[in-house]
Design a protein. Structure first.
Length: 196
C-alpha cells in the first residue's frame, strides 16, 4: 500500500512539473512596437492580465500653472488565463541599497516579488490606444524569494506592459489650487509579460 501511495505521489509530481513546464512553453511574446521588443534570447514565462488603477495626486510642479497631476504608483490585481488571481502590482521600496521606490509585483501564492524600472515606453498609435497609458519595457532591478522559499518571480529579468486600456493622468485643468493633494485613482487594464 505504501508503495502505491509513493508511486502515486511521484506520478502526480511529475505530471505537475510537466504541466508547469508546458504552461511556460505556451507563453508567447506579444506583438509590440519595435522599440519595446524583447530580443537576445529572453523568453516569456508568465503572462497576467491586470485590472486596477493608475494613481495620481495634484501637487506643485514645474509647469506654467505651477501644478500638475503627479504619478504616485499603480495598484492592480493580476489574473491568469483561467481568471485566477496570481499577482499584485504596486509601488514599493526596492530592498537593495539605495531603496528606490519602483514598480513591484508580488506573487499571490508564494509571496516572491520582483522590482523593475522603466527602460523605454511606446505610444505608437499602431498599437497603443490614444486614451491609454503607454506600453513599457522594464528592467528587473531586484528579486526576492517568499518567506517559505517561493521563487516564481525570482527568475524575472524583463517585464513588458502591453494592451493597455485607460490609466491616463487626469486633465491638467482639473489640477487647481483648490485641488492640491487631491488623489485620482484612474481605472486601467494591461497585460504583463515576465521574461527570463
Amino acid at each position: 500500500m505504501l508503495r502505491k501511495i509513493a508511486a502515486f505521489v511521484v506520478a502526480t509530481l511529475a505530471s505537475m512539473l510537466t504541466n508547469a513546464s508546458y504552461a511556460a512553453d505556451r507563453v508567447v511574446a506579444p506583438a509590440v512596437p519595435s522599440d519595446i521588443e524583447v530580443t537576445g534570447g529572453y523568453k516569456p514565462f508568465l503572462r497576467a492580465h491586470a485590472i486596477g488603477t493608475q494613481n495620481y495626486i495634484c501637487a506643485p510642479a514645474a509647469t506654467a500653472s505651477g501644478l500638475d497631476w503627479l504619478f504616485i504608483g499603480p495598484q492592480a490585481t493580476l489574473f491568469d488565463v483561467d481568471g485566477e488571481q496570481i499577482l499584485t502590482h504596486f509601488q514599493s521600496r526596492n530592498p537593495l541599497p539605495g531603496g528606490a521606490i519602483e514598480a513591484t509585483w508580488q506573487h499571490s501564492r508564494d509571496s516572491s516579488a520582483v522590482w523593475a524600472k522603466r527602460r523605454i515606453g511606446s505610444s505608437d498609435p499602431a498599437y497603443v490606444a490614444q486614451d491609454a497609458i503607454e506600453w513599457l519595457l522594464l528592467d528587473a532591478t531586484a528579486m526576492q524569494a517568499g518567506p517559505g522559499g517561493g521563487d516564481k518571480l525570482t527568475r524575472t529579468l524583463l517585464v513588458q506592459r502591453v494592451n493597455t486600456i485607460g490609466g491616463l493622468k487626469p486633465p491638467a485643468a482639473q489640477c487647481t489650487a483648490s485641488a492640491v493633494n487631491t488623489r485620482r485613482l484612474v481605472p486601467y487594464e494591461a497585460d504583463y509579460y515576465f521574461y527570463q
